[in-house]
Design a binder for this molecule. Structure first.
Ligand code: NMX
Ligand code: MLT
Length: 456
């Protein structure tokens, strides 16, 4: 198969049969208890969602169709240029089909996305241009995505009764690919809204990869129209594109229960189209306990740096952290609902910086980020509340983008939002392949809970 759709068509019949048979045989198997604590505690630990692309181990972190980040870095195709990171396009292929694509397949998907993403719908352009410049970029992204539902092939064909349930996945795939392809222009439009009076900062090219287009439209590559607003030299420009590839390649998915993925899945289960479903996911990603932590970490590091005399003074960092904790605030970028070890995505971002010592050795914020990853776990352990005192995914990323010149703190989570589209939307396609029903758990009031304990 050369196209993603052809590759998917090859695997669908066998997987459909396998799941149908599995359900028929094991449908009544009890998989675990649901406790009162989990009902009142964010459903933590409930194994109650089907999610194919990624799985999360508390000790070892995320696996993409069974592959660790390291294995992805070794096996997923990139540009073919030595030292370049794998392309998120190949991750998209992996998540959707379950197989590592060849270089040829990756290139074909790269071309397909670049073609699909060459223009934003006119109405979306108009809507985005009208938004107040100071509106939060995540709100702008959610609005932009929701506005694209006007062109949803799935919504139109469903409305007109033109597709049967077995084929819902076809239009869902079409919309999902169009949505993912539109993200470079959408993101660029939002960034130019907040930094450049809405005037474009770079060019879109149909001959390049998804991340190169994102970087160009942020004005961060040598070819950018803005005459490179951040004055990166050519090595830095290449590094920035690779940082973007690494970041957007590994933030795609974190199994199904995280807020953005779960929301996309939930909304999609009502047969809302992919634009509406992922726009809702973006609204969830915009919460400070979830993706917005990417922005909060940078704010936190900058503030701390202006309050301590040196990154070397560990006691000052500790004091600062205690002040935050004693005022009932959280330390952004630390802790996790599932992970119980440092997030391997954090480690991958840190390694990106460590591989470029000359670039980062004088950046006080990056040095503090590194130092904090040693000091904060000790403080959080002493504090004794957080079940995981280690750095999570958001701990390192924003400050690296900041280093290269993306200084608008509120914007960082939009980059997260570009990446996260890939996981939940590939799952949405599979939800439709498998005909999963509308999600509708049972809720209980207090009397209902008491009744469960047989207290009354
Ligand atoms: N700083 C201070 N307190 C914390 C932290 C932290 N980083 N992490 C957890 N706690 C507290 C938490 O608020 C809770 O307190 P209380 O009992 O008073 O409500 C207690 O420790 C137990 O929480 P956990 O069970 O360890 O964590 P939970 O699963 O509820 O929440 C997070 C997970 C990620 C929401 C939480 O660790 C947190 O708020 N971290 C900071 C925000 C952050 O970095 N979020 C980004 C997560 C990654 N992402 O992109 O989504
Ligand atoms: C994510 O990437 O979604 C976060 O680590 C949060 C989570 O997994 O709950």
């Amino acid at each position: 198969a050369i196209t993603l759709k052809e590759a998917l068509e090859e695997v669908i019949p066998q997987r459909r049969d396998a799941i149908t048979e599995f359900k028929a045989v094991y449908g009544d198997t009890v998989v675990g208890p649901i406790t009162i604590s989990s009902i009142l505690g964010g459903m933590r630990g409930n194994q109650s969602m089907f999610w194919q692309g990624t799985s999360l181990d508390p000790e070892h972190g995320i696996k993409f169709q069974g592959l660790t980040i390291d294995q992805c870095q070794k096996r997923l195709p990139g540009t073919g240029i030595d030292g370049d990171n794998f392309l998120p396009e190949s991750m998209l292929w992996l998540l959707l089909t379950g197989s590592v694509p060849t270089l040829e397949q990756t290139n074909s998907l790269k071309k397909e996305l670049a073609f699909r993403g060459r223009k934003l719908p006119q109405d979306t352009e108009k809507v985005l241009l009208c938004l107040p410049r100071e509106m939060h970029p995540m709100t702008q992204l959610a609005i932009g995505l929701a506005s694209m539902n006007k062109g949803s092939v799935f919504a139109t064909n469903y409305q007109n009764g033109l597709i049967g349930k077995k084929d819902f996945w076809i239009d869902t795939l079409e919309d999902s690919l169009n949505l993912i392809a539109s993200l470079p222009l959408l993101t660029g439009r939002i960034y130019s809204n907040i930094t450049n009076e809405g005037r474009s900062l770079g060019e879109y090219s149909e001959d390049t990869d998804w991340c190169s287009n994102i970087c160009s439209l942020l004005g961060m590559t040598n070819g950018s129209k803005s005459s490179n607003k951040c004055s990166l030299n050519s090595q830095q420009s290449l590094d920035f594109v690779n940082l973007m590839r690494l970041y957007t390649g590994i933030h795609v998915d974190h199994e199904g229960g995280n807020v953005s993925a779960h929301t996309t899945h939930l909304v999609g289960s009502a047969l809302s189209d992919p634009y509406l479903s992922y726009s809702s996911g973006i609204m969830g990603l915009a919460g400070p306990l979830h993706g917005l932590a990417a922005q909060e970490v940078v704010r936190f590091l900058l503030e701390m740096n202006s309050n301590i005399s040196s990154v070397e003074h560990e006691e000052e960092i500790e004091d600062y952290l205690w002040k935050v904790l004693n005022s009932s605030r959280v330390i952004p970028g630390y802790g996790h609902a599932v992970l119980r070890k440092p997030d391997p995505r954090f480690t991958a971002m840190l390694e990106f910086a460590q591989a470029r010592p000359d670039e980062f050795k004088n950046d006080e914020n990056v040095l503090l980020m590194q130092k904090l990853s040693e000091v904060a776990p000790k403080v959080l352990l002493k504090h004794g509340k957080s079940k995981n005192p280690f750095p999570n995914v958001d701990s390192a990323s924003g400050i690296l983008f900041y280093h290269y010149g993306i200084k608008e703190l509120l914007f960082f989570t939009v980059i997260f939002g570009c990446s996260r589209a890939i996981g939940p939307l590939t799952q949405l396609v599979w939800d439709r392949v498998l005909g999963l029903p509308i999600e509708r758990p049972k809720s209980l009031n207090f009397k209902g809970l008491e009744a469960l304990t047989k207290v009354i």
